[in-house]
Design a protein around this ligand. Structure first.
Ligand SMILES: Cc1cc2nc3c(=O)[nH]c(=O)nc-3n(C[C@H](O)[C@H](O)[C@H](O)COP(=O)(O)OP(=O)(O)OC[C@H]3O[C@@H](n4cnc5c(N)ncnc54)[C@H](O)[C@@H]3O)c2cc1C
Length: 482
């Protein structure tokens, strides 16, 4: 099904998708019905379709009466400085992210359906200053993920958000990625303008993936360009307002481009997204044909998107979100076993031991990745105009070696965490058996989400890249990564 979206209409797509009450409320509804009621009533209220119907009626009534959804009301109470985008200290950001993740985990089951999106959670992230945090301090953020010494904090925050809801983590990670690219490759006036957008709680994203009908950026005279073609996996579609819609120039080079979604007409194919998990990431296919932008929308030089170490080192961010999903699976598995009193069986104990070891390995990999990025440069995204590929200067050769080491180390982080997550899934499934895999237990949903989200680009290339690197370097094993 194609949905035609135009500026304002995108907003109505948003409200149609977003507002779900936490399902548990409606799950318990049948329990409150007196037994004397006809069985048909009980059947009626326990049926998922009717529950969804009552949710939407309740939601609409609430919206009419209060002008905002129930969850927004909760968020506003909790964060009275709504949208002031005052970025709190690093410690409180992590605490706040953890609290938002806890609430997100409660709502995740209710968002596990086509057309859903964790919009309320984004309201909370904005209110907590987490959408503005990646901006440079000069423009009102704390440089989260941009100042290298914040990488460890960023990864902890991403892990927490992923623990709460992997779809939320996916879109939030895209927001961080987008602001990273803006601040690494944008011109000063672009950085300033887009920082204002982030302060105003606009969500960024990076929509780079495409199929055979991918986006072409065609110059049409003056400083104008017309986009032709589509993007796939556009996560946060309908909510992300500043996506990178990268495409090929006529000479084939890859150009970054930010499309202000409220100003353009696009065709959204929501039916393209029929996944077993990550449903609430709203990763639709979008046809941008006919959209016109000016030079002001183009970020960086052609080919900059692929510049290293920034492209590959960014993989530690999605690895952090994935590990958050694995933590959620650990928690849910343990709670299930404790609930059944199955904690003294040696096989269950051994599996939980393996799961704990795997999680800690993941944490150590994240810490290692953060340390490596911090060692590489104080600002993760500096020197965008240097062309280090062509230079023979000794200092630059050293920099190139550092860069390659960082890239391959980050590839190790991502590859190791993928395996850790797959091991966690297998161990959890063996622990909980068939019964534990049935809804409403959260494990099967987390497994569905994690299984899909683990599929990230160029897995083989990362693994072979590590192998190629260690085969070409002559450093002894003890010095490989120092
Ligand atoms: C929930 C979710 C949200 C996403 N959101 C976004 C988003 O917002 N923006 C975005 O840009 N992308 C997004 N993506 C897409 C993601 O970044 C990847 O592009 C996508 O998941 C890769 O799909 P794939 O595994 O089918 O890739 P493939 O490239 O088909 O890889 C599958 C396997 O084939 C191997 N392979 C790849 N090329 C070759 C080749 N030429 N020859 C032999 N083997 C090959 C790979 O190494 C891998 O092992 C999202 C993905 C998911 C799951």
């Amino acid at each position: 099904m194609f949905i035609y979206c135009k500026g304002e209409r995108l907003k109505s797509l948003r409200s149609a998708h977003t507002e779900y009450l936490p399902l548990p409320f409606f799950d318990f509804l049948p329990d409150f019905l007196p037994d004397s009621f006809h069985p048909a009533f009980h059947l009626f209220f326990s049926h998922a379709v009717f529950r969804a119907f009552f949710q939407s009626v309740f939601q609409s009534v609430f919206l009419q009466c209060y002008g905002q959804s129930p969850m927004t009301t909760v968020a506003l109470k909790q964060y009275p400085s709504q949208y002031s985008a005052t970025v709190s200290s690093a410690d409180s950001l992590l605490e706040t992210a953890t609290r938002i993740a806890n609430q997100a985990a409660l709502r995740a089951a209710s968002l596990d359906c086509a057309g859903a999106f964790p919009a309320e959670e984004f309201t909370q992230l904005a209110a907590a200053g987490l959408l503005a945090a990646p901006i440079h301090p000069a423009y009102g953020g704390i440089g989260l993920g941009f100042q290298s010494d914040q990488t460890g904090l960023l990864l902890q925050i991403l892990k927490q958000i992923g623990r709460g809801n992997l779809s939320l983590g996916r879109v939030f990670e895209g927001h961080i990625n987008g602001l990273q690219l803006v601040q690494t490759f944008g011109r000063p006036e672009q950085v300033k303008a887009l920082a204002q957008d982030a302060l105003a709680a606009k969500v960024f994203g990076v929509w780079n993936a495409e199929a055979a009908d991918g986006v072409k950026i065609v110059p049409i005279g003056g400083d104008r360009y017309r986009l032709v073609g589509s993007k796939t996996f556009c996560s946060g579609c309908g909510y992300v307002e500043r996506p990178f819609v990268n495409g090929a120039l006529p000479d084939g080079r890859w150009q970054m481009c930010i499309v202000p979604m409220e100003k353009v007409n696009v065709e959204v194919d929501a039916s393209w997204w029929q996944p077993p998990g990550m449903r609430a990431s709203a990763s639709y296919k979008v046809d941008f044909t006919g959209v016109e932008v000016t030079n002001a929308a183009l970020i960086g030089q052609p080919g900059d998107y692929f510049r290293q170490p920034w492209l590959t080192s960014g993989v530690v961010r999605f690895a952090a979100v994935q590990l958050g999903g694995a933590e959620a699976l650990f928690d849910a598995t343990r709670t299930y076993l404790q609930g059944l009193g199955r904690t003294d069986h040696p096989h269950q104990q051994a599996r939980l031991g393996q799961m704990a070891i795997a999680l800690e390995q993941g944490n150590l990999w994240l810490q290692g990745g953060a340390n490596k990025i911090e060692q590489y440069a104080p600002v993760f995204g500096d020197m965008p105009s240097a062309n280090l590929e062509d230079t023979e200067d000794i200092e630059d050769m050293e920099e190139k070696a550092d860069r390659m080491q960082l890239v391959q180390y980050c590839n190790m982080v991502r590859t190791a965490i993928e395996q850790i997550c797959m091991d966690m899934i297998q161990l959890s499934e063996r622990c909980i058996g068939t019964n534990g895999l049935l809804p409403p237990h959260p494990m099967e949903r987390i497994i569905r989400d994690l299984t899909l989200y683990l599929r990230q680009p160029a897995f083989d290339a990362s693994l072979t890249g590590i192998g190629e690197y260690v085969l070409t370097t002559k450093a002894p094993a003890r010095d490989l990564w120092i």
